[in-house]
Design a protein around this ligand. Sequence first.
Ligand SMILES: [Zn+2]
Length: 327
Amino acid sequence: MAGKVQYFAGLDLGGTFLKYALGDHQGAILFKDKLPSRADQSGEQVFQVMFQAVRNLVQEAKKNGGELSAIGVGSPGAIDFEKGRLVGRTPNIKKWADTDIRGTLQDEFSIPVWVDNDANIMALAESRQGAARGVKNVICATLGTGIGGGILIDGELYRGSHFAGAEIGHMMIVHNGLPCNCGGRGCFELYTAAPAILREYVSRMAANKKTVPEHVTTKIVFQRAAEGEHEANEAIDMAIDYMGTGFASLVNIFNPEMIVIGGGVADAGDAFIARIHKAIELKAMKPAMKGVKVKRAVLGNDAGCVGAISLALEMLQKTNKVVASLI
Ligand SMILES: [Zn+2]
């Protein structure tokens, strides 16, 4: 073992692709690729794809004169971090209920494996290598079809007592508001994520008897807003106003140093992020908001792999420290 350079595998499992990468001991990516995740097929098929990815990384590690020391995985769904298992089901991957992700990978490769929820992994990535590098208290939000959340307290992910915490998309901000898939009503994501912006836009266009473009996306709404279209601007203003409410509540509770916003909606750009920042400032308590930065996530498509690599290398270091202290 002595002398061999340690490398780490980062797997980012999604409904369409499994992205994977090889990282070094500082978490820098040396190689990355992706495979169709075959999430619509059997659970066994998904594991075959993961095995293939790790085998490729084993080869890449060898090419770089070292060996694979640990595997980190970001997966959709609620993940029992202690056990490395999916809790219940995830709609993104059919036929994966209570799947033992860690056990299956460890049996195949005989190296340590750690698994976490993909929103947590994204937050970890931004805090270790991205917008929040070196920042200890961070709220991360991924704005897409919903809102994924990750919370770092004193540099560590907060997972909750049963690994179901940090679901900021399901913080209820409207009493008895719109019904949500989670079983609650009035959840944050129902007023701020992409479908909310589109819903508001379509309804305002209909009210003004205007035609909505076919296959309208948030990108189109942002373009039209930039061109000065009233309804597009109003739809975006609405989402920003609600974001102010939700994030201000989080600021009042957590008093973070930074809020990082990623995902497709955040691609609208820095001006959009600056407007969210202003909306939060209007509503948050002054002492809690003092010095809070609001930044756009910077790792984009690499965030999942970067976070999974960081998880693997940090957990291996922690485990080795515990072992060393017992000897
Ligand atoms: Zn909800």
